[in-house]
Design a protein around this ligand. Structure first.
Ligand SMILES: *Cc1c(COP(=O)(O)O)cnc(C)c1O
Length: 391
């Protein structure tokens, strides 16, 4: 099936730069990951949903909100990293489960409880403290965090024995671990799988039989062909098509657009932008685009990036500046006010997050989460089905 071309959307009002967010693509990606993992998802919406917008992502995925019942294919819950992120979701009316995977300090537990957040705990004192919050007979759920080699958070896999009493007195709802290189090394993934299994074996007689086990991030989901082990999977970057797009058939979610706000001719040998690092090899037409590193268009893309104008790839000429970039548009017809695509689809061509991150030499994660500073997101039910505009 040939995909229909996708063109930049245009609002009537002038916007210098914006993100077209394709919520249909996000849902598609969630479906792909759910099918591949074979278990319900605990999608990660930390860092404002990887820059896409945590509340919009939660709604699009079908979480329950005070004005929207959960959809049948809604995720099991949402994963976050800080209580401020949970508070934003709760203030927006999100009623579903929210799990904070990052360790909380002891003095944050009261707030976590008040927000209805399921914390990741791994210190006996914190677990004991957690049991004192709320009604005595109703232990609020928490997940036990096991470090199997990432050395970032949780109890070491070979020290879980020390938590047997705590587990018996206050059984966790879930137990999880996190991979450091699942997408790069199957051996390291298998080693961590083994350590996690060892930890679970040590605790086996004190954990509830229905305890929810989970480990898989995007890389681990992509690395397995027989589904994810345990009961849940925790994709982040793949949901937003920041990695594994080709191999998993994911659709781009984020399309970064900005307008052409100036145009000029430069003569052979003349320079463009700070530091005069680019010189015209002949007569050239240069467009100035209203997006720079303050918008998240990385300075590493100086003399390295590409943008799409009328479906044609145009190279970034010279250094990326704070608010603007210049591109060589000699090969394409274009006008003032026209829309350039810095990330995502224009027509049939697409600059994926991976492509642009590769050109910048930064990680796709950094590119995505660095995007939203000044760029408003415009949410679309589906960009694929939207009427192509001729720009
Ligand atoms: C961020 C995070 C994930 C998701 O990782 P991706 O690589 O973005 O899929 C999963 N689990 C934990 C604990 C995380 O911190």
């Amino acid at each position: 099936m040939a995909a229909s071309p996708i063109y930049p959307t245009r609002d009537d009002d002038f916007a210098r730069a914006w993100l077209d967010v394709d919520l249909g693509a996000l849902r598609h990606n969630a479906g792909v990951l759910r099918a591949r993992a074979g278990v319900p998802l605990l999608p990660m919406v930390k860092a404002n949903g990887y820059g896409v917008g945590a509340v919009a992502v939660a709604r699009a995925l079908g979480m329950a909100f005070d004005d929207q019942p959960a959809l049948a294919d809604a995720p099991w819950g949402l994963g976050i990293a800080s209580l401020d992120e949970a508070e934003l979701l709760r203030e927006a009316g999100c009623l579903g489960r929210i799990v904070c995977l990052q360790p909380l300090l002891p003095n944050e537990l009261v707030r976590a409880h008040a927000l209805g957040v399921t914390p990741a705990l791994h210190r006996a004192a914190d677990i004991a403290r957690w049991t004192t919050l709320g009604a005595p007979e109703a232990l609020a759920p928490y997940h036990l965090s096991v470090d199997t080699g990432m050395a970032r958070a949780g109890i070491r896999w070979d020290e879980v024995d020390s938590l047997r009493d705590a587990m018996r007195q206050a059984p966790p709802q879930g137990v999880f671990t996190h991979f450091h290189s699942a997408d790069e090394s199957l051996a390291s993934r298998d080693e961590q799988d083994g350590r996690f299994a060892d930890a679970l074996a040590v605790l086996h007689d004190v954990l509830p039989p229905d305890v929810l086990r989970h480990s898989d991030n995007s890389g681990a989901i992509a690395s397995r062909h027989a589904g994810s082990p345990g009961h849940l999977a925790r994709p982040g970057i793949a949901l937003y098509a920041g990695l594994f797009s080709e191999e998993l058939g994911l659709q781009p979610v984020v399309h970064l657009r900005a307008r052409i706000i100036d145009l000029r001719a430069v003569h052979e040998g003349e320079s463009v932008s700070y530091g005069a690092t680019w010189r015209a090899p002949g007569p050239r037409r240069i467009a100035t685009i209203a997006c720079g590193y303050a918008d998240g268009y990385r300075r590493h893309l100086s003399n390295a990036g590409m943008v799409l104008i009328n479906g044609v790839r145009c190279p970034v000429a010279g250094r990326v500046t704070m608010d603007m970039i210049m591109v060589d548009v000699t090969a394409v017809d274009c006008d003032l006010g026209q829309v350039a695509t810095l990330l995502g689809y224009d027509g049939q061509d697409c600059l994926t997050v991976e492509t642009v991150a590769g050109l910048a030499g930064v990680s796709p994660y950094e590119l995505l989460v660095g995007l939203t500073l000044r760029v408003p997101a415009v949410y679309h039910a589906s960009i694929r089905s939207s009427i192509p505009s001729s720009v």
